[in-house]
Design a protein around this ligand. Sequence first.
Ligand code: SF4
Length: 241
Amino acid sequence: MWTFCLRSLSREYGWRFAARVAAGRPLRTLRAFREADRLDVTGAGVDVGIRAAGAPAGCPPSIVGVGFCHKPIDPPCPSGRANHDCRCLETLAPHDAAGVPAPCRSCAIRDIGMRSLRAGSAFYVMTSARDILADVYVPAIESGRFPTGLFVLCRYSFKPFAAGLLASGMSARLLPLDQGDCRDYRTWLLADRGVKLERTTVAASGMTQAASVLGTLGPARAMRFERRGHVLYPATARPAA
Ligand code: SF4
């Protein structure tokens, strides 16, 4: 993890993190890095911080994040790839099979996003570390907006990601990808810049855990997502005209 962090310090994300997170809370940040470094990240799901591990059953996370790398390639995602967009969730297309665009039918973003909506959790398609800093860590620090989270990402970045969460006062469960994930700094850096040729998949155990935390999948007719910035927030559906 320390090599990852040192390499990142010379990049925009690194110095932004230092300025916006570490500078105001140096001791908490130091403790966060130490705690993250001690994490056992080999399991099917990794709890970070106290509240995630001790959260009462049935208490949904305040935010759920998944990588843009889940987006399908052939046929391609109608929203494009290296961005925060999901047209399917933002417009809540009809959820019978015929009404869902073909690329979206097997998309984990749709599956986990719909569960998040039903659970009342905000939903975020993650792209770069710089955006995660601005969209998740900084709001968590400045307003306590996201005390808890559920994130699906490559196991390679679990520890540095956990350090950011802890330094921001968050707790979370991290679920690993099982195919197509980044396993070294070079591929991680390319993905961070939006260059990711593989489509990643979530391990079956990860989907089971997501379902267990977020609940069942099904129509959420009384709910819709409202997009603010890069994050989708659950809102009450507008009445039909
Ligand atoms: S559900 Fe998946 S494929 Fe469909 S718009 Fe959203 S991200 Fe793209």
